[in-house]
Design a protein around this ligand. Structure first.
Ligand SMILES: Nc1ncnc2c1ncn2[C@@H]1O[C@H](COP(=O)(O)OP(=O)(O)OP(=O)(O)O)[C@@H](O)[C@H]1O
Length: 610
């Protein structure tokens, strides 16, 4: 690129010289009244050869530049999604990290040409080489003409005339309009790429990204669409880089025609030694000098700004997720036969920026294979405790032992492979039912049988059957893109309007998502945060029966630990133990009967509810 840019920078000067020779020839013919056709043809032929050479070199340099740019852009965007997806909630909650990511995003957008930096990227630093070389070649022409034989009046007239177009173009302040010609495939790829980028940046979807380890899938899907799209963009470029039209544009006819504007000037200066070609060359060189200097200053200014943004981008790539343990402390998760044993001791947690702790001195012991219900008033800390237990957020003081090991020593990805959950604020994706359910276990996402069986388990089979396209029906969710599970719009010439679902129907989809992996043998802990709040009584009973069924092996022995949060005490009593939460701590813990005998807060709430 460096060599190409150096040579390209000198091309305008050669162009000016060659065209000046033709103009001189025309001038000679006009003034002498004798047309030297052969000489004129020879000059025109030379100009044609120069144009062909310049076009070929230009085409080669542009396609080389496009390939390098596309690859670099892909690398930068890929790196951006990678560090975004790696960042966990505790990392993202830090203000300095947010600022850093914002600056890094500006850098990536400018690389895409989306930001106010226009099309600038560090690779455009190469353009500086080209601009400097162009500037030098124009300066050389000007100095040789100025300190050579060109008389002062010609220089003055030229300066005034050459400044005019620049001033006019500055005054006009042209706005660039982007082509809108996009074919269907390109639109679909762009939609998929945007959808994946949106998911990667979505805070609401972050818990599910972390829990279901969706990072690699999002990155893969985005990369496939992006690569295909860059390929298409290059094909468009090639189609538009039609050699003939390029040569016509290279003719620089305006330069030649403008020479004729100055015939009166030349007649006034008839007795001077300056030729019309020299005059035109002088004028063009001067004009180019203005334009090139402006572009060079603008490019240097952007390069300077981009250094800081590039630093932010590099720093963002080095971000370490807060939940990730130091390498020397990592312990691999070893599943136990009977489910996960959990021991929470003196646990406290305060959300960043909050003055009041949401969890204070929480003690809780859940034996392997036990089903525990967490109950309590709004804001008592139930969801917070479940997120801490799921390793979605960190905690302050205290400790959590899982199978006897400090939970902070497990790599979150490793730990998450052994748990599943329905979050209270689960994500509603604007994609197909299959996509919505499949994200619960990406390796099974494209296996219709696995998806269907999770839907059946969640009791959502009737619902899905009633939808216009069954599992392929596009749902009207929070993330606004309308694609099937692979991220493409459902086939068919007219895509259907996304299908809306009721709160309870969405809840069944979220339960199906959790059930995608709940039956897998490696999954040891099932956490449900108010999974049935919008379900009718029959569906609730069905849900709890299913949990009973999937948390036991064929001999009826418990193999999975279940923690569920609920406001319905009639369902809570089905659990082996119940934890009553008040003001961020567990105040009562035991079986339903034990808590009733205690005649405390739980007993009061239970009696009030029946
Ligand atoms: N992101 C947050 N930032 C700051 N404070 C929060 C955040 N999320 C929750 N809290 C606070 O933490 C406390 C516990 O909230 P949590 O959601 O755990 O309660 P909950 O028992 O699950 O309530 P509900 O029954 O309404 O779901 C509340 O006082 C809440 O305001």
């Amino acid at each position: 690129m460096l060599v190409f840019d150096l040579v390209r920078g000198a091309l305008p000067a050669f162009r000016g010289y060659s065209q000046a020779l033709i103009i001189d020839e025309v001038q000679k013919s006009v003034l002498s009244g004798h047309f030297a056709v052969n000489q004129l043809m020879r000059r025109a032929l030379m100009e044609l050869l120069r144009m062909v050479g310049e076009t070929a070199l230009d085409g080669l340099a542009s396609s080389n530049e496009n390939v390098v740019h596309a690859s670099a852009r892909f690398f930068v965007e890929h790196a951006q999604l990678e560090y975004r997806l790696r960042a966990d909630l505790p990392t993202l909650s830090e203000a300095t990290v947010r600022d850093l990511l914002q600056e890094a995003d500006i850098f990536v957008r400018s690389f895409n040409g989306f930001s106010s930096f226009g099309l600038f990227s560090p690779l455009d630093g190469m353009r500086i080489v080209s601009l400097v070389s162009e500037l030098l070649s124009h300066l050389w022409i000007l100095s040789s003409l100025t300190f050579g034989a060109t008389p002062l009046p010609v220089i003055l007239v030229s300066v005034i005339l050459s400044a005019m177009p620049c001033m006019l173009s500055w005054a006009r302040n042209p706005t660039k309009t982007w082509g809108t010609r996009v074919d269907r495939l390109e639109a679909r790829l762009a939609a998929k790429q945007d959808a994946m980028r949106h998911l990667a940046h979505s805070d609401a979807f972050r818990p599910e990204i972390m829990l279901f380890d969706l990072g690699p899938w999002i990155l893969r899907s985005w990369a496939r669409a992006r690569k295909a799209l860059l390929g298409l963009e290059r094909r468009h470029d090639r189609a538009e880089r039609d050699v003939f039209s390029k040569m016509i544009s290279q003719l620089y006819l305006s330069g030649a025609f403008s020479a004729f504007e100055h015939i009166p000037v030349l007649l006034v200066l008839n007795n001077s030694t300056t030729s019309l070609g020299t005059f035109t060359m002088y004028r063009n060189a001067l004009q180019s000098l203005f334009l090139t200097s402006g572009t060079l200053i603008h490019t240097l200014r952007m390069a300077f700004q981009s250094i800081f943004l590039m630093a932010a981008f590099s720093a963002a790539r080095q971000l370490r997720p807060r939940l990730e343990p130091p390498a020397e402390r990592v312990v691999p998760f070893r599943p136990a036969l009977k489910g996960m044993a959990i021991n929470i001791r003196d646990l406290s947690f305060t959300y960043p920026g909050s003055n009041n702790p949401s969890l204070r001195s929480v003690d809780l012991t859940v034996s392997a294979g036990e089903a525990v219900a967490i109950v309590g008033c709004n804001g008592s800390g139930k969801t917070t405790l479940s997120k801490v237990l799921l390793r979605i957020i960190d905690f302050g003081d205290g400790e959590i032992l899982v199978n006897g090991i400090d939970i902070r020593r497990y790599r979150p990805q490793d730990y998450h492979a052994h748990v599943t959950a329905v979050f209270q604020g689960f994500s509603k994706l604007s994609t197909s039912v299959q996509g919505n359910v499949g994200v619960g276990y990406v390796p099974g996402m494209y296996d219709t049988d696995s998806v269907q069986s999770a839907i059946d388990l969640a009791g959502a089979d009737d619902l899905v059957r009633s939808l216009p396209d069954g599992v392929q029906t596009i749902l009207d969710g929070d993330v606004s893109y309308h694609t099937n599970c692979e991220g493409f719009p459902a086939s068919g010439s007219v895509p259907r309007k996304p299908h809306g679902l009721s709160g309870g129907e969405w809840q069944r989809i979220a339960i199906s998502r959790a059930f995608m992996r709940a039956r897998r043998p490696e999954v040891q802990l099932l956490v449900f945060d108010e999974p049935t709040s919008s379900l009718d009584a029959h569906a609730q009973k069905q849900f709890h029966d299913t949990i009973e069924q999937i948390s036991r092996d064929s001999d009826g022995n418990r193999t999975k630990t279940v923690v569920f949060i609920t406001h319905r005490l009639s369902t809570a009593r089905r659990a082996d133990k119940i934890a009553m939460m008040e003001s961020g701590t567990i105040t009562e813990f035991g079986t339903h009967e034990q808590l009733l005998a205690l005649k405390g807060r739980y007993a009061a709430m239970y009696h009030a509810s029946i």
